[in-house]
Design a protein. Structure first.
Length: 139
């Protein structure tokens, strides 16, 4: 099964020029890296690269996987970063319940610095707080 580490290996081998350098960047042994890729080649039934002495040349399958890696790995990194922001409260929605319409005047002064600090947080203000309490905020 194709895994994230396989994509990272292909990308780093291409970038670094050797298995040894790629293994160092990925913090794995060169042996583990080679074993992982040989196992993947067996599972997929195709060679990813041809070995010619110390040189590695990507096959057509390898070039395809490199293109996939270049597309998918940045998306995975961005997803992880944004999920971490959700977990840390830096992204998401802040629900605020208000009892009265005049309260909006001071609310803007209070919320503005917060939104400057946390621009990826949306603010949802509900005026029906007095009628539904917590349900108004959650719904």
């Amino acid at each position: 099964m194709l895994e994230r580490i396989h994509l990272a290996i292909i990308q780093q081998v291409k970038k670094q020029g050797s298995l040894t350098a790629a293994a160092e960047v990925l913090h794995v042994t060169q042996s583990a890296l080679s074993h992982s890729m040989k196992k993947l080649e067996q599972q997929l039934g195709t060679e990813i690269w041809r070995r010619g002495g110390r040189n590695l040349q990507l096959t057509q399958s390898g070039e395809y996987l490199l293109a996939v890696a270049n597309r998918i790995l940045p998306q995975l990194e961005m997803a992880e970063e944004q999920l971490l922001q959700f977990a840390q409260g830096e992204r998401g929605t802040l629900h605020i319940g208000m009892e009265c319409h005049p309260c909006y005047q001071w609310l803007l002064k209070v919320v503005s610095p917060y939104l400057t600090t946390w621009p990826d947080v949306d603010v949802d203000v509900k005026q029906k707080f007095q009628f539904g309490g917590i349900d108004a905020l959650l719904g």
